[in-house]
Design a protein around this ligand. Structure first.
Ligand SMILES: Cc1cc2nc3c(=O)[nH]c(=O)nc-3n(C[C@H](O)[C@H](O)[C@H](O)COP(=O)(O)OP(=O)(O)OC[C@H]3O[C@@H](n4cnc5c(N)ncnc54)[C@H](O)[C@@H]3O)c2cc1C
Length: 471
């Protein structure tokens, strides 16, 4: 019998698992996919948001800054890749100054002490490659960027080292409520647990419905992105936002922790979790990014992707014990959920304490986890590279098999050690990796890799052609 079962191994479930592993508890995480971090946590802007954009009346407004403040320490412990870059909300017109002031005021209400409005001279000093017409910007010094998948992987690796059990490829199909405990029936197994924490992202409504909790609805809102080669990442220093709208924070331009550049997302309500990308939407996104900078070389597009937000009916995070006793929902965690996730985990600890659940400290909790060395950009030995774009050797690639999360796909290797993330997108290294694995009698199911599963991403050459014709 588990004390706590967490459904969903996204960044929220991962933070909760690791936070709860600080206590003497029997904890399990159930995930339907062959790896952790396969939902919204994998495909997003990767921004550690300042915390000024969401209204103070909303939980997501009040909790974001608390989460953001934890990233520096978490990165010291878990080595997942985080950079404090600062962010700018740029405005071209005097008319927007009031909106910037409102954002600043909201940020102060949310507890921020590192935001201010700056003028065009200061903007130009900070960003030399953006358009010259910006008059003002809201500067948030403590905003930053991180690797969302390395973050989630790191949290779960560390949680497992501290006793948490992870079950991949187990989709929750049914939950029986036996009052003293829940019986959770999955693809191949069944589990018993005293408490369930529903962190199933886009699937959270379905999971809640399984225990007759119909208290919220979720809708899906997709957002598409471009990823550019590392030659473009250095052109921008901070995260660049345009004025936010009701649908989101608008099109942003940002470097990534790995040195690439991303542009996106747009926002479109969907009936399904649509991960396809299409030229028409991407052309519109690119046009909007031109309002910020025209210095990005479109021939350096590496790939495109789409992420899907889980938007709740009250447009806020739902983090509470449901009317069903011992069933806790953590649902509707759209942006800034990645930033807020460490604080969401602490919020869950408070919920458990307040309901009188015994939490006895785990004296042997080890907060540390070794990274995969993806931030060593000055490699001296470049011999025997398997992935030439990202400069990865066989030894570095095989390191993921020494870790506690089972590796079931080539994509899982890519997300950990970046082999296949470069300009050629694995065209050169994937066959070599397959050969290495086969020689070691490691058989992965290549059919589960996202690129060939059921996701249709626009062809890079077609996209570049469409961009050239339309801008
Ligand atoms: C386009 C976009 C941009 C964003 N940008 C940012 C940003 O820059 N900064 C920021 O702070 N936040 C951002 N966010 C929000 C952030 O990505 C999410 O808040 C966060 O990833 C949510 O994590 P999660 O763990 O709740 O959900 P998920 O990552 O979706 O995890 C849920 C998990 O549950 C699993 N699951 C579902 N159903 C079942 C089932 N029946 N059985 C077992 N497992 C199941 C799924 O497979 C999945 O792995 C963005 C989101 C999107 C979509």
């Amino acid at each position: 019998m588990f004390d706590i079962l967490i459904i969903g191994a996204g960044v929220v479930g991962a933070n909760i698992a690791r936070e709860l592993s600080k206590y003497k508890l029997n904890i399990g995480i159930i995930e339907k996919e062959p790896d952790v971090c396969m939902g919204s946590s994998k495909a997003n802007s990767a921004i550690v948001h300042g915390g000024y954009a969401e209204e103070h009346t909303k939980l997501k407004g009040r909790i974001c800054f608390k989460g953001r403040k934890k990233f520096e320490q978490l990165n010291k412990e878990l080595n997942f890749g985080y950079l404090k870059t600062g962010s700018l909300v740029l405005s071209e017109s005097e008319d927007d100054l009031d909106n910037l002031k409102n954002l600043e005021e909201n940020g102060i209400k949310n507890g921020l002490n590192d935001i201010k409005i700056i003028d065009s001279n200061e903007i130009k000093k900070m960003e030399t490659n953006i358009n010259e017409n910006f008059k003002y910007a809201l500067f948030c010094e403590g905003a930053g960027i991180c690797s969302p998948f390395e973050f989630t992987i790191a949290l779960i690796e560390n949680a497992i080292d501290n006793g948490v059990k992870l079950f991949l490829n187990e989709e929750v199909k049914k939950i029986e409520n036996n009052n003293d405990y829940f019986e959770v029936i999955t693809t191949n197994k069944s589990f018993r647990s005293k408490i369930i924490i529903n962190c199933a992202g886009l699937g959270a409504e379905k999971i809640a419905n399984m225990v007759n909790d119909f208290s919220f609805n979720l809708k899906f809102r997709s957002g598409q992105y471009f990823v550019f080669d590392k030659s473009e990442g250095g052109k921008i220093n901070s995260v660049l936002f345009q004025m936010p709208t009701k649908l989101g924070k608008g099109i942003l331009v940002s470097k990534t922790v790995y040195g690439n550049l991303i542009i996106g997302p747009d926002a479109l309500d969907e009936n399904t979790a649509n991960l396809n990308t299409d030229s028409q939407r991407l052309v519109e996104i690119y046009k909007k990014s031109l309002l910020v900078t025209d210095k990005i070389n479109i021939n350096k597009i590496i790939r495109t992707f789409s992420g899907v937000r889980a938007v709740s009916n009250n447009d806020d995070f739902i983090i509470e014990e449901s009317a069903i006793k011992n069933f806790i929902n953590v649902a509707g965690i759209q942006s800034p959920g990645l930033t807020s996730s460490p604080a969401i985990a602490e919020y869950i600890v408070d919920i458990l304490k307040n309901k009188g659940f015994t939490l006895e400290e785990n004296q042997s909790f080890n907060p540390y986890r070794k990274g995969y060395g993806n931030y060593n950009h000055n490699k001296s030995n470049k011999d025997n590279l398997i992935c030439i774009c990202e400069e990865k050797t066989e030894e570095e690639i095989m390191e993921c098999f020494n870790r506690p999360i089972p590796i079931n796909t080539i994509d899982a290797i890519k997300r950990r050690v970046r082999a296949g993330m470069g300009m050629c997108q694995g065209r050169r290294c994937k066959p070599k990796i397959k050969e290495i694995l086969e020689n070691k009698n490691i058989n992965l199911d290549y059919r589960t890799d996202i690129e060939i599963k059921d996701v249709d991403r626009v062809d890079r050459f077609k996209l570049i052609k469409d961009l050239k014709e339309n801008i």
